[in-house]
Design a protein around this ligand. Structure first.
Ligand code: ADP
Ligand code: MG
Length: 467
C-alpha cells in the first residue's frame, strides 16, 4: 500500500522534496484501514502535516478508500535525553537504542483539513527523561540576600515557563554557590506544576559530547530535532561551550527555535555574560535577551541557616558554637560549608561523641586550606610589583610609563589566569579600571608573549611564583 502511495506522491512533487520528506518514512503496519508510518522526528511530522497533508490524503484515499487513516509513529533516538546521572528515574528495562513511541490517536490539530476520516494523531506521550534530581528543589534551596533575585526569578519562570520576560534565564555565580541546585529546582517545580511539559536538564559538557557524537554518526539533524521537542531546556555550565564553535552554532539554532516557539531556556554559568570569553557574540546577545541573575557568596545569616537546615534534615544536633564556628570560617562556597558539616556529623557519629570546637577547628582547617590555594589579586599585585621593583601604588597609578603599564597589564593577566574574579572586579581592584581595560591587557600580554622574548621571560618567571 505504502509503495503505491509513494509512487503517486513521487509523480506529484519535486524529486528533492520526495527524497527529503518521503524516503525516510517507514511503513510500520496496516490494520483497520489505518496505515502506521514511522517518521524520524516530531519536526518531520509537523512538516508533513503542514506541507503534504493533502497529497497524503489523496494518495491514501486512492489506496484504501474514504475511511483511510494515517497514524504517525515518531522514532526517538534514546541516546539524547537518557542515561546518567539519576538512574533511579530510568526504568530498569534495558532499552534498545531506538524506541518507537506509539502515539495516542487523539486529535489536537489546528489544521481543519485533518478532521475525519483522515486522522492524524496529536502528539502526546513523548517521553523524555528529565534528568532532574528531585532532591534539588526550592524547599531546600534556602533564601538569603545573596540569592534572592536569582531564586525569585527562578520561581517566576517555574510558575510560567516561557511566559515571562526571563527567557532565557541565566543564573551565574562562582563554584559551589547553588547554580546546579537552583537549575534543578526550577525544572522540578515545572514538572510538578505542568507534568505534561517536556523538561530536560543537561550539562553543557554532555550536550557537547552528544553533539560531537551526532556529527560522527551523521545524525546532526536528529540531534537538533530532538532538542526542538523540548518545552523547558536547562543547560548547566554554559561556560563549557567557550571556544567550541560547532556546539555553539548548533545551540544557537536550537535556542532560536525554542525561543520563537515560546519555550523556556534556563542556563547557568560561572561567569556573567560580559565576562564570557570565546562565546560567539550572537549567542551572548541572546543570553542578554532575558535575565541574568547572580548567585553571590552567602552572608553569615544565610550560611547559618543552610547549616541548621542540613542538620535538621539529617536529624543531627550540634552545639550552636560549633555551627557558628563553621559558618564564620567557611564563607565562599556552600558545597564546602556542607562538606565541613557532613564531615563533622560523620566524625561525631563514628566516634559516638559530641563534636568539640577543637574537632571543628581541625575539619574547617582542612576545608579552608584547600580553598586558600587560590592566589588573591592583592598577592598578585604585590608579587608583580616586587618583581619589577616598584610598589603597588605605582603599579596601580595612572602613569603611562611603558614599564609600569606593562607591569600593570601583567598583574591583570595573572589575576585573570589565577583567580576566579570577573574582569570587572579585577579592574576595580587594580587601580579602578573597567573590564574592557582588563580584557585589553590580557590580549596585549598574549600578543607580547609571542613576539617579545624578554616579555616571555617575565611571564615565565612570574608564573612560577604563582603555581
Ligand atoms: P554550583 O553548581 O554553583 O557549583 P551547587 O548547585 O552544586 O553549586 O551547590 C553546591 C551545594 O550547595 C549543593 O549541595 C547545594 O544543595 C548546596 N546549596 C547551594 N545553595 C544552597 C541554598 N541556597 N540552600 C541550600 N543549599 C544550597
Ligand atoms: Mg554546578
Amino acid at each position: 500500500v505504502w509503495n503505491h502511495c509513494l509512487d503517486f506522491i513521487k509523480d506529484n512533487i519535486q524529486p528533492q522534496a520526495f527524497k527529503t520528506w518521503f524516503e525516510p518514512i517507514k511503513p510500520v503496519k496496516l490494520s483497520d484501514n489505518a496505515l502506521s508510518i514511522q517518521v524520524p522526528s516530531k519536526f518531520f511530522y509537523e512538516w508533513l502535516e503542514e506541507h503534504y497533508v493533502k497529497l497524503l490524503k489523496v494518495a491514501l484515499t486512492k489506496e484504501l478508500g474514504e475511511t483511510a487513516k494515517l497514524v504517525y509513529i515518531i522514532k526517538m533516538e534514546n541516546t539524547y535525553g537518557n542515561r546518567e546521572p539519576f538512574t533511579e528515574k530510568i526504568p530498569s528495562s534495558n532499552r534498545s537504542h531506538v524506541e518507537p513511541q506509539e502515539l495516542d490517536v487523539a486529535i489536537k490539530s489546528k489544521n481543519p483539513e485533518l478532521k475525519n476520516p483522515f486522522v492524524i494523531p496529536g502528539i502526546r506521550n513523548i517521553k523524555i527523561e528529565s534528568q532532574l534530581n528531585p532532591s534539588y528543589n526550592f524547599d531546600n534551596f534556602l533564601e538569603g540576600d545573596s540569592n534572592r533575585l536569582a531564586r525569585s526569578a527562578g520561581m517566576a519562570v517555574a510558575n510560567k515557563p516561557g511566559g515571562t520576560s526571563f527567557n532565557p534565564l541565566l543564573v551565574f555565580g562562582g563554584v559551589g554557590l547553588g547554580k546546579t541546585h537552583l537549575a534543578h529546582a526550577i525544572g522540578v517545580e515545572i514538572k510538578d506544576k505542568y507534568p505534561e511539559r517536556t523538561v530536560l536538564y543537561i550539562s553543557a559538557e554532555k550536550f557537547t559530547q552528544q553533539y560531537i557524537e551526532s556529527v560522527k554518526k551523521n545524525t546532526r539533524n536528529d540531534f537538533i530535532h530532538f532538542y526542538q521537542l523540548i518545552d523547558v531546556l536547562i543547560i548547566d555550565d554554559v561556560q563549557f561551550l567557550s571556544g567550541k564553535s560547532g556546539t555553539q552554532d548548533v545551540f544557537f539554532h536550537i535556542f532560536n527555535h525554542l525561543h520563537q516557539n515560546g519555550k523556556q531556556v534556563i542556563l547557568t554559568s560561572d561567569k556573567a555574560p560580559v565576562d564570557m570569553q570565546d562565546i560567539e557574540q550572537r549567542l551572548l546577545s541572546r543570553f542578554k535577551w532575558g535575565l541574568s541573575a547572580e548567585l553571590q557568596t552567602p552572608d553569615y545569616e544565610t550560611r547559618i541557616s543552610i547549616l541548621k537546615n542540613k542538620l535538621y534534615r539529617d536529624g543531627v544536633e550540634m552545639p550552636d558554637d560549633i555551627i557558628d564556628y563553621v559558618a564564620k570560617h567557611i564563607k565562599t562556597n556552600i558545597r564546602e560549608l556542607e562538606g565541613a558539616i557532613i564531615s563533622l556529623i560523620a566524625q561525631s557519629s563514628f566516634n559516638k561523641k559530641e563534636v568539640t570546637l577543637e574537632l571543628a577547628q581541625l575539619v574547617v582547617e582542612k576545608f579552608v586550606k584547600n580553598t586558600k590555594r587560590e592566589v588573591s589579586i592583592d598577592y598578585i599585585q604585590k608579587v608583580v610589583s616586587d618583581y619589577f621593583e616598584m610598589d603597588v601604588a605605582t603599579l596601580q597609578s595612572k602613569t603611562r610609563k611603558r614599564h609600569i603599564v606593562q607591569a600593570r597589564q601583567l598583574a591583570m593577566f595573572f589575576a585573570k589566569k589565577f583567580t576566579k574574579a570577573s574582569l570587572a572586579s579585577i579592574g576595580s581592584q587594580i587601580g579602578k579600571r573597567d573590564h574592557a581595560t582588563v580584557l585589553h591587557a590580557c590580549k596585549t600580554v598574549d600578543n607580547l608573549a609571542e613576539t617579545d622574548k624578554q616579555f616571555r621571560k617575565y611571564i615565565d618567571d612570574l608564573t612560577k611564583k604563582f603555581s
